[in-house]
Structure formats: C-alpha cells, structure tokens
Design a protein around this ligand. Structure first.
Ligand code: SAM
Length: 247
C-alpha cells in the first residue's frame, strides 16, 4: 500500500514513520510512503500557498491552485489515489474508517494549515476526516494518526497477527479491550485478578469478555448500542450503565 502526504512541512513525517513498528513495516515493504512539498506547485518567487479570506476575518487560507495542480500531477502517475483531507469539520475518523482505508492501494493525505483551505478544494476529496473535537495547527498529525492506524491493520505490520484482531473497537465485538496485566502478579498492594493466573483458558476468556463489557459501559457507553452482545450481556450492560448513572 502506498501512502502519500502533501504538506507545507513534508519533513515532519519521516521521524515518526521511520521509527519503531512503522519503521519496520516501511523497511519490510508492508507500506510505502512519499511526502510532497506543496510549495513545489507554486509559481511565484516567495512560493506562496496562502491568501487572505474573502469577506475578511483573521488568518490566512490555503489557496486552491497549488493543491489542485499538485493533485493533478501526483494523481496522473500510477493508480488513482484515494484522496483524504483533514478538518475539524470532517467526519470523525474511527476504526471502521481505518479498516476501509486499509483496502485501498494508494491513499493521498492532503494536510491543511493556517485557518484552513479554500472550500472549493474539498471537491477533490474522497474523505474528509476529523480526528477529534479540538483544533490542531495543521493536518500533519491527523495524517500520521490515520497512517499509523491503517498500517497496523496491514498484513505483516505487527509481530503477532492476532494483535489487531482482539483490540478495542475491533469489528468482532465493538467493545473496548479488556484490562491486561503483566508481571509481577502483585505490585504495591495491587493484585492481578486470580483468574488470569489460573491457566484456565475458558475462564480467562469469560473474564475478559465481562471485563470488556464493564469497561465499555463505564467509559464508552455510546459504543454498547452497536456492540455484538447476547441478550444476557445486553441486560448486564444496561445494569452497569444504570449503576454508572447513579454515581
Ligand atoms: N479554521 C478551521 C476550523 O475552525 O475548522 C481550523 C483550521 S486548523 C487551524 C488548520 C488545519 O489543521 C486544518 O485545515 C486541518 O487540516 C488540520 N486540523 C486541525 N484540527 C483538526 C482535527 N481535529 N482533525 C483533523 N484535522 C485537523
């Protein structure tokens, strides 16, 4: 899979993408990455990519021409890229969206800066994603969030293939992940639940399932609606939510 990013600060991507799990996935060919400097598609001496907004208001906006021209050029080489823009006004990026992008051959991330982008540029977008209800200075962090979450779904990206299956938001359950512990079994007076030390895989699986439901009810009750629960689990989840409301 090829990821590309168009940005006025293309140098910010490599330090992250060439390190740790992303770096290993990049070196072993799980994905490829190319960053482009938007200023390469400007035609003036100052390589200007921004201008004042019509109608007034603070700050500057990204001009349409450099982005249109860059996408024409980049898109004309190779298979058509799936074009992703970032904005606090976009649809919320989530695990389903990551799974959907993981099926694409080529994803081109267009990173906004300043007060945002001329609205006409969004006609080029296949997706516009927000990574949360807060405002960042630019789309580069959002692009890295998207790339990281997609790459770890690609075959060969993680050491243990099962690691991305059993996680929070996974399609299997739609629940948050259960609590996990490692050695020592007792630390500063806090003991690991006995069942996890029992070696009884059936009981461990049961405990994890219940724990995932409890954690989801407590921290993300909004997820329970679409979670895959049997009738008993759904009743238990409702009980937990009512208890939570009483707190
Ligand atoms: N004026 C815009 C608004 O109020 O919606 C915010 C522009 S922001 C300062 C500049 C750029 O950062 C955006 O064009 C977008 O690419 C990126 N950005 C900021 N917050 C983001 C978020 N929550 N999710 C995704 N991208 C974001």
């Amino acid at each position: 899979m090829l990821f590309e990013a168009l940005s006025v600060i293309p140098e910010v991507f490599s330090p992250y993408l060439e390190t740790s799990i992303m770096g290993r996935a990049l070196r072993s060919g799980v994905f490829e990455f190319r960053a482009y400097d938007l200023r390469d598609w400007t035609h003036d001496r100052h390589r200007t990519v921004d201008d004042a907004p019509f109608g007034g208001g603070p700050g500057m906006l990204m001009k349409p021409a450099p982005i249109f021209e860059a996408l024409d050029d980049i898109g004309s080489k190779g298979p058509r890229p799936h074009v992703v823009f970032f904005s606090p006004c976009g649809t919320r990026f989530d695990q389903r969206a990551a799974e959907r992008l993981a099926d694409k051959e080529r994803v081109l991330c267009v990173c906004g800066r300043y007060e945002g982008i001329d609205e006409r540029v969004y006609t080029l977008a296949d997706d516009v994603f927000s990574i949360g209800d807060y405002v960042l200075t630019g789309g580069e962090l959002a692009a890295l969030v998207v790339i990281d979450s997609v790459v770890r779904l690609l075959p060969g990206a993680l050491g243990d293939e099962a690691s991305s299956v059993d996680e929070s938001f996974s399609q299997d359950s739609g629940l948050l992940e259960y609590a996990q512990y490692t050695r020592p079994s007792s630390y500063r007076g806090m003991d690991v639940p006995e069942v996890l030390l029992s070696g009884d895989h059936g009981r461990v699986a049961q405990w994890r399932r219940e724990n995932a439901i409890e954690r989801t009810a407590r921290w993300r009750p909004d997820l329970l609606e679409s979670a895959r629960l049997d009738p008993n689990e759904r009743a238990r989840a409702r009980e937990l939510m009512l208890e939570g409301e009483g707190d």
